[in-house]
Design a protein around this ligand. Structure first.
Ligand code: T6T
Length: 324
């Protein structure tokens, strides 16, 4: 495996993770000169069905447009792991990076460095607070998704009772917007009382513990909104451990294979599925346009759908993939 001249141990670990992402990711060469036909995808974390699906869509589009796409992913969704990947890529001068900033402010400095070195920056999924850095940002309408989750949960619990949000990591633009959208919509649902937001640090086990502790403190809990894959998978485990499956309703974002199975067996009542393959494909389109000096679209919103057990199989195209 070849890596850049400035490769440190940490980058080596991250690159290994990238190669494992789907088996089709590669490392970036160290030619030292700009290779405008090369793109580097830097997702939020390796080995996760949302980002694998995003990579599959990006790879397919890059093949169509005649670009080489390399992928380098951190082993955890964490700015301290993603930063050396971004700075390492600068030395290798691709035409563009497609990056999922793991923190809305902590990732600003390395991503700006990339931009200032002449690399086009396209944000895929999450975004920096500083909207001046990327030429284009492609994501779901996350605030709307949070509102949709609240409407869905309200119907499931008959409009009454206490509800909890389990969020992943503060500073993740997407999931913070989902939690805000959920709270906004609760204002239109007078029978629902918010128990606030708790963070699971993107660890499913922590989400399970949050559910156990909340059930002990609030036996009136009727519903949970889990803002992403790890929080939803973990919340389902927590409800199962407490023997509360189906009694406490669960609406989760994302549609990993485990989440889809949880929906099928009734552990989860609804999933807000995103379209990560489209985020990846449109990210490549925008990167290619920027490199070729063509017009780019600053903000692109991809579609989402609320899946229930009744309609899930008709919408199987929204299920996330574990490999391309
Ligand atoms: O929900 C997705 C993604 O949209 C979010 O930014 C981070 O979490 C996921 O990757 C799911 O784990």
């Amino acid at each position: 495996m070849r890596t850049g001249r400035r490769t440190a141990g940490m980058i080596g670990a991250a690159v290994t993770a990238a190669a494992m992402l789907t088996g089709c990711g590669g490392t970036v060469g160290d030619s030292g000169s700009t290779d405008a036909r090369r793109l580097v995808l830097i997702p939020g974390v390796a080995n996760e069905p949302f980002y694998i699906s995003m990579q599959c869509g990006a790879q397919e589009e890059a093949n169509k447009l005649g670009f080489r796409l390399d992928t380098q992913a951190p082993t955890q969704f964490d700015a301290s792991q993603q930063t050396p990947i971004v700075t390492g890529v600068i030395a290798n001068k691709p035409g563009a990076i497609l990056v999922t900033p793991t923190h809305a402010t902590a990732m600003a400095s390395p991503i700006k460095q990339a931009r200032d070195s002449g690399i086009e920056v396209v944000e895929v999924d999450t975004a920096l607070d500083d909207t001046s850095v990327a030429v284009s940002s492609i994501s779901s309408d996350n605030r709307k998704g949070g509102r949709l989750a609240a409407q869905t949960l309200s119907k499931l619990v008959g409009g009454n009772g206490s509800v909890l949000t389990i969020n992943t990591k503060a500073g993740t633009s997407t999931t913070d917007l989902r939690a805000q959208g959920f709270e906004d919509e609760l204002k239109n649902q007078p029978g629902l009382a918010s128990l606030g937001v708790q963070y699971n640090n993107n660890e499913a086990a922590q989400a399970a513990s949050i559910v156990t502790a909340t059930l002990a403190a609030h036996p009136d809990l009727v519903g949970i909104f889990a803002t992403n894959l790890s929080s939803a998978e973990g919340a389902a485990t927590g409800l199962r451990n407490a023997g509360k499956l189906g009694q406490v309703k669960l609406v989760g974002f994302d549609a990993s294979p485990k989440q889809v199975e949880d929906l099928r067996v009734g552990t989860v009542q609804a999933l807000i599925a995103q379209n990560p393959a489209d985020i990846g494909a449109q990210g490549v389109d925008q990167a290619a346009a920027a490199i070729d000096g063509k017009p780019v679209t600053r903000n692109i919103r991809t579609d989402m759908i609320a899946l229930t057990r009744a309609d899930m199989d008709a919408n199987a195209k929204y299920f996330y993939r574990s490999k391309c």
